[in-house]
Design a protein around this ligand. Structure first.
Ligand SMILES: C[S@@+](CC[C@H](N)C(=O)[O-])C[C@H]1O[C@@H](n2cnc3c(N)ncnc32)[C@H](O)[C@@H]1O
Length: 384
């Protein structure tokens, strides 16, 4: 069994610092942040724990090696020198995928073939196999990623991307990735005892992620991971991680979360997704026009991903909707409002400059996350 391993939590552009915070909150130190990834050292039990708990990372990859490679010979020799046998068993199946950006070694199929050959040679020698490797056992997806002549060799521990929580049975036209929805919630300082509303909820992703955060439910609780069958991770590490998640869930935490949408079909889908996520009736779903929004309590949070008005014909309607939202929320100064949109005129239409803005990519769409902090009620001394 390896002692420490180096893990990479991959992150959508703009979310690296949020992923890094999550990694640190799980107790891992030695955390480095790079573009699109967070790198950290940990023992192997971190593979189950991070896969189960990271809400905003795309995947967790095991870093096997990182080196300069400007020739195929170098790529072959450096790959062969890495301790693949520590991770991949004699009968392991290990397809190699690749990518190359701004590098001398630009032919991805050639790089993949060379890496495959080098690993085969290494494994045959170390596992003492004279003939061919059967590759009938556990699955290890190896990736060779070359960027500016630096090769990064990893094995994916997650399987399908971590956004696939296992609860999405239905979706609308423009669903938000679950990892992004979780990040939108985490960027706010919402506390589960405060009201939470998504008035453009679509398939319900933001409200569902808020409920999972609110009750401290591990986002990966409902799914499987590629590394579950790997020999070098003791079964106990998986059992302990699932047990830890079970113990940490706070199913008694009351929540006041509402998702509403104009489209009744979306409300149906959102309700089904929440059921699938095991949330039962915890989130209130309502078919409603955003214009009918009338918050009843103080100090709540609106977190939403409304239409952006990018389709021809939609723009005017969407712009009016942003104006209306601004007008409505003017009457509720204690509420905090967080809106993700690619519409650059949002603040003007909403009628107020955001307290804070953050650039984020929703898939390939460049967006801003407009954050309006609610006013805190003035404290009055007792008796006055
Ligand atoms: C970008 S989608 C939200 C996607 C959602 N975040 C998800 O993950 O599925 C925007 C949603 O706004 C809804 N919508 C459009 N106009 C509306 C209005 N005036 N009031 C309420 N909802 C509206 C649409 O039906 C659509 O579901």
């Amino acid at each position: 069994m390896p002692g420490k391993v180096t893990l990479i939590a991959t992150a959508a552009m703009g979310l690296e610092s949020i992923v890094s915070k999550e990694v640190k909150a799980l107790g891992y130190e030695d955390v480095e942040v790079e573009n699109g990834r967070v790198i950290f050292q940990a023992d192997v039990s971190a593979i189950p724990r991070t896969n189960l708990w990271l809400r905003t990372a795309d995947r967790v990859k095991l870093l096997v090696g990182r080196f300069k490679a400007t020739s195929f010979d170098q790529l072959f020799e450096e790959t062969k020198a890495l301790p693949w046998e520590t991770f991949i068993e004699e009968d392991g199946e290990f397809p190699v995928v690749g990518k190359s950006v701004k590098s001398k070694l630009y032919s991805v199929p050639d790089c993949q073939a060379i890496v495959k050959k080098a690993i085969v040679e290494r494994l045959k020698k170390k596992h003492g196999v004279a003939s061919w490797l059967k590759e009938t056992g556990s699955f290890y997806r190896v990736e060779v990623a070359i960027h500016k002549d630096e090769a990064l060799l990893t094995i994916d521990t997650s399987g399908s991307g971590l956004h696939k929580r296992g609860y999405r049975v239905g979706q609308g036209e423009a669903p938000l990735k679950e990892t992004m929805a979780a990040a939108l919630v985490q960027i706010t300082n919402w506390h589960p005892d405060k009201p939470f509303v998504d008035p453009f909820c679509g398939s319900g992703t933001i409200a569902i992620e808020a409920a999972l955060i609110g009750q401290n439910i591990a986002p990966g609780f409902n799914r499987e991971f590629a590394s579950e069958g790997w020999g070098f991770i003791p079964q106990k590490a998986w059992d302990d991680a699932f047990q830890e998640a079970e113990d940490a869930a706070d199913y008694d935490q009351p929540l006041d979360i509402t998702g509403s949408d104009l489209d009744p079909k979306m409300i149906e889908i959102a309700r089904k997704n929440a059921m699938e996520a095991g949330l039962g009736e915890l989130v209130s779903w309502k078919q409603m026009q955003m214009n009918d929004l009338k918050p009843k309590q103080d100090g709540g949070y609106i977190v939403s991903n409304p239409p952006y008005g990018e389709r021809i014909g939609d723009r005017e309607e969407v712009e009016q909707m942003y104006r209306d939202l601004g007008m409505i929320m003017r009457d509720y100064p204690s509420w905090s409002v967080y809106i993700l949109t690619s519409h650059e005129g949002f603040e003007k239409l909403y009628g107020q400059s955001a307290t804070k803005k953050r650039k984020l990519f929703n898939g390939y769409i460049k967006t801003d996350y407009y954050q309006y902090f609610g006013k805190k009620k003035k404290q009055t001394a007792k008796g006055f």
